[in-house]
Design a protein around this ligand. Structure first.
Ligand SMILES: *[C@@H]1O[C@H](CO)[C@@H](O)[C@H](O)[C@H]1NC(C)=O
Ligand SMILES: *[C@@H]1O[C@H](CO)[C@@H](O)[C@H](O)[C@H]1NC(C)=O
Ligand SMILES: *[C@@H]1O[C@H](CO)[C@@H](O)[C@H](O)[C@H]1NC(C)=O
Ligand SMILES: *[C@@H]1O[C@H](CO)[C@@H](O)[C@H](O)[C@H]1NC(C)=O
Length: 529
């Protein structure tokens, strides 16, 4: 078998794994005899013992060790490729998938704790590989760190288009029951931002605040620290393995689009230039990573249900009318998606009451009733929940609901009487002598909690980002953004009272953290087959 190694940040994972699965996907040489596998593995193990182990011992976690290990992996292709000669050619591929627990319970537990503290991934490998690991292990008194490096390297053998693929199935460890949303903002200019503004060509001008003239960049450097555990560090490759052959879709309003743009930037580093495309077509925006046959999509449906605001480019602001029981037209675009992330909030906030259509737009109805906001929100979410329970297969699809993204319109609310909206804020709310109230309609939050909780057939992950985002008065696009498709002029920028956008968020920035919650849930879920 030929292996070639792909470089990976997870090479530097500090600790052993908790539980892992690996899929072994031999494409052409399906009828691989067990003998060949075992023998190649044996050679491989031998090699690992002779060469790779040395390099592991020599190089600490550094980019040098990465270079070294890649080099080594090329060398070891030779002995095993010799074996490949003797294999039957042109047969179809076989896939073996075995789950195995690598360590005793004790060790696993330790691993889990350590990983949670140090942001490593976790996983287990095929038994054949496991043998290799153990073989390579026996003769050197390897400490846990060396061991993990070894495991990681073995897992990093990757695609040679027509040869063997080892798909590493990592399960990231997130302590069960830990409330990720209770915690604090920590200034961290070492690990943040996760990506740079100029590195992500897919960001729209709406969110590139630095390029649009913002001077301070500290808003990019706050990390969310849950009180009782750690958020795992976003690893694009681990995440993309989850998305391999799959679709992930954000559905909702412009705040979900904000989060989608963040997600595109978070994953795009996993694909080389030219192997990723972004296509916008009406309500649907599709970012595709070809090597993974995966998409990260955004579907515009600001109320989830049908409304007269469903044209992504042309919609009335004042006269928004919704059809609370009508969702099929949008819903048909969400069917079969593997990860669905919903939201709806900002468009509920323009008026005190909601306009609910009598009849259907299709039939030309124009009359409407004014209805209480939370009641209507409930009706809409009930419609949505019914759609989800009818159309989503929980064995295949994970469903998320993002709680509301808050605004920062009145600076008195965080005791800055001289501020102008959010325009002069350069750090999060740190402490206040009173509770922070930025005008969020928490009644809608309660409705969303209740509705999602009541869904029995399809569990929905409710991501409670509202309170922690309320602290981020510093993170909005403010005057460093567009208005009606055009960058604000100097004069407009000088007039934040009229022009500051204190609804949307700069990128990199807060929505990256929302996606870290998504990552934590997706990457820590068990692999289903
Ligand atoms: C990070 O922040 C600290 C404290 O604010 C500062 O002293 C240091 O120079 C910063 N480092 C970088 C790389 O910006
Ligand atoms: C690519 O992904 C789609 C789902 O997004 C799936 O239906 C299709 O089978 C995949 N194709 C390959 C070649 O894996
Ligand atoms: C855009 O979407 C429409 C309707 O959803 C579809 O018919 C059309 O083929 C799409 N165009 C492109 C270029 O994908
Ligand atoms: C949510 O559920 C709780 C407990 O079941 C109930 O007390 C509360 O009134 C509900 N709130 C809303 C807005 O439905």
């Amino acid at each position: 078998m030929l292996f070639s190694r792909r470089k990976s940040s997870s090479l530097f994972t500090p600790e052993p794994f908790m539980m892992k699965q690996a899929a072994f996907n031999g494409r052409k040489n399906g009828n691989l005899s067990i003998f060949v596998v075992v023998f190649s593995v044996f050679l491989f193990a031998l090699f690992m013992y002779n060469e790779d182990v040395k390099s592991i011992a020599e190089f600490p976690f550094s980019s040098r060790s990465r270079a070294k290990s890649q080099e080594v992996s090329h060398q070891h292709q030779d002995p095993s490729s010799g074996q490949q000669e003797g294999k039957p050619k042109g047969t179809e591929s076989s896939t073996t998938e075995v789950e195995t627990r690598q360590d005793g319970g004790e060790e696993r537990r330790r691993t889990k704790v350590v990983f949670a503290d140090e942001d490593g991934p976790a996983g287990v490998r095929l038994p054949v590989i496991k043998e290799v690991e153990e073989a390579a292990h026996e003769e050197r008194a390897a400490g846990p760190k060396e061991k993990i490096k070894e495991e990681e390297k073995l897992g990093e053998k990757e695609v040679e288009e027509d040869r063997t693929v080892v798909v590493e199935r990592t399960v990231v460890s997130v302590p069960e029951g830990c409330d990720l949303f209770t915690g604090q903002w920590v200034y961290d200019n070492v690990t943040r931002p996760i990506y740079k503004e100029h590195e992500c060509e897919f960001l729209t001008e709406q969110v590139t605040c630095m390029r649009n003239g913002r001077k301070d960049d500290s808003f990019q450097k706050w990390r969310w620290q849950p009180r009782d555990c750690n958020l795992p560090r976003f690893d694009a490759r681990i995440f993309m393995e989850r998305l391999r052959g799959k679709r992930l879709m954000f559905v909702g309003d412009s705040l979900n689009r904000n989060q989608w743009e963040s997600m595109v930037c978070l994953v795009q580093s996993a694909a080389p230039p030219g192997k990723k495309t972004l296509v916008k077509n009406g309500s649907l925006n599709v970012f595709r990573l070809q090597e993974y046959n995966a998409t990260v999509e955004f579907y515009w449906a600001p109320f989830l249900v049908e409304s007269n605001s469903d044209d992504p480019n042309l919609h009335s602001i004042q006269n928004r009318i919704i059809m609370p029981e009508s969702i099929k037209k949008h819903g048909k675009n969400w069917k079969g998606v593997d990860y669905l992330i919903f939201n709806t909030y900002i468009w509920w906030m323009n008026t005190f009451n909601m306009k609910v259509l009598r009849g259907s737009f299709d039939e030309g109805a124009t009359e409407y009733d004014e209805m209480d906001r939370p009641k209507t929100y409930r009706r809409v979410l009930k419609t949505w929940a019914k759609w989800v329970e009818k159309n989503v297969d929980p064995k295949r699809t994970m469903v998320f609901f993002m709680s509301m993204s808050p605004n920062h319109i009145k600076s008195e609310e965080w005791d800055n009487p001289n501020g102008i909206k959010c325009a002069q804020e350069t750090e999060p709310v740190m402490s206040l002598p009173h509770a922070l109230d930025v005008g969020t309609d928490w009644r809608l939050f309660d409705v969303a909690v209740n509705v999602t909780r009541s869904m029995r057939k399809v569990p929905v992950w409710f991501l409670s980002i509202t309170a922690l985002s309320e602290l981020r008065k510093d993170a909005h696009t403010s005057v460093h953004t567009l208005r009606q498709g055009k960058l604000l002029t100097r004069e407009q920028q000088a007039d934040p009272a009229n022009y500051a956008d204190c609804i949307h968020w700069c990128l990199p920035g807060l929505p990256d953290v929302w996606n870290e919650f998504l990552y934590a849930r997706i990457a820590s879920s068990p692999w289903s087959i």
